[in-house]
Every structure is written in C-alpha cells, then in structure tokens.
Design a protein around this ligand. Structure first.
Ligand SMILES: [Zn+2]
Length: 216
C-alpha cells in the first residue's frame, strides 16, 4: 500500500506538494449587515450594552467571521476533484490527519478535529492537496459530523469513480465540552466506507491499520 501522511499548513496547503495560489476569494454572498443586526440583538437579549466600547466592533467582527466560517456554502468542492489525471495505481492512497474546523448546526458552536481520507483509484488520481481542500470546504458550513463524513466519501465516489473510498473523522465538539453534558476530552469518531472498503473486511482492516496502526 502507498501511504501518504502530510501535515496541513494553516493556509490549507500541504507539505510535499506545491500549488499555485488561488486568486483571493471574491466577496461571498453572505449578508453581513444582517448578521451585524442579529448579533447586536443577541447582545441586548443577554443583557449587554452593545454600545459599550469593548462591544462596539463585535457585530461587524462576528459578521466577517461567519462569512469565513460558512464560506463553504458558496463554493462547489467538486471542482477540486475534476482536475484528476489518469494513472494506473492499484494501491490505497491515504491522506491522514487533515485538520479541520467546522460548525455544529445544532448549537452554532465549533467542532474540530482530523479527517483521514482514503481511496483506491480505478484510473483517476488527484493531487493529494485536493483531498484536504474538499475537507476544508465541506467543513465550512453548518454541519453535523455524520453528514460531513458521508458527503466527503460520496464526492470522491462520484467524481473519481474509485474502487473504494474510506473516510474517518475524529472530532471534539465544543457543544459537548463547554455546555450540556460537559465532557471535555470526549472524541466523536465517524466513518463512511464505500466500494471495496465496505465489501472487503481485509481492505478495511488494512486502512484502519494505516490510520491508527502506530497509535494503538
Ligand atoms: Zn452541537
């Protein structure tokens, strides 16, 4: 098996692969003034004075932040998977430990963790950083971890026609650690197995060893 273990840099690019920088993203169709008004309302509702010095810039700051955190709603992650190249490759390709931040749609609180994305190519192979970009864009929207895992796997199945796709996501949900049951340290693990990773237990076991082998 061919294993790739790459660190993601803060800009989302990967070591080991150089990539032309994309043009700065255009203004997203996020209605920032509307967010500003809503945040100001929340501040008043919780009993704060939105006009005091420390809070004066907060609604605008939060609006910019949401535009960034939900920017994935306005892009199509498929475009990264359409730049494939044809290559005979009969080995599993795994990018492990792709860090991401997302936003739990139930509480509007962040969850963050790592995605491990693997596929067994048929004849379509893509640049490794594209897998990280897909994770990034699927994460940047109101999400639940289970759906995010499925979405990433399905995108790969549909665009790469791979023989198999395996996605495992581990994340800490701040809606579980700072509120509600308050269980800091709990990690939620989800997986989506498609094709041979679903039907062949030996292939799936091999993937799990690649992901977790040296950490057990
Ligand atoms: Zn939640």
């Amino acid at each position: 098996m061919l294993q790739r273990n790459l660190e993601t840099r803060p800009d989302g690019s990967l070591d080991g692969e150089r990539e032309e920088h994309e043009a700065p993203s255009q203004e997203t169709p996020v209605d920032k003034p509307r967010i500003e008004r809503a945040v100001r309302e929340i501040l008043i509702a919780v009993g704060e004075d939105p006009d005091r010095e420390g809070l004066r810039e907060t609604p605008a700051r939060v609006a910019r932040m949401y535009a960034e955190l939900f920017g994935g709603l306005h892009v199509d992650p498929r475009r990264h998977l359409r730049k494939f190249f044809s290559e005979a490759c009969d080995e599993v390709v795994l990018v492990r430990d792709i860090s991401f931040n997302s936003m739990c749609e139930h509480h509007m609180l962040p969850f963050m963790g790592k995605a491990h994305v693997a596929y067994l190519p048929d004849d379509r192979v893509i640049g490794l950083s594209k897998l990280a970009r897909v994770v990034e864009e699927v994460a940047r929207r109101p999400q639940v971890q289970e759906r995010m895992t499925e979405q990433i796997a399905n995108l790969l199945v549909e665009e790469l026609h791979a023989k198999g796709v395996g996605v495992v996501i581990e994340a800490v949900h701040t809606c579980m650690t700072i509120r509600g049951v308050r269980k800091p340290g709990s990690v939620c693990v989800t997986s989506a197995m498609k094709g041979c990773f679903r039907t062949k237990s030996s292939t799936r076991a091999e993937l799990m060893t690649l992901i977790y082998g040296d950490r057990r």
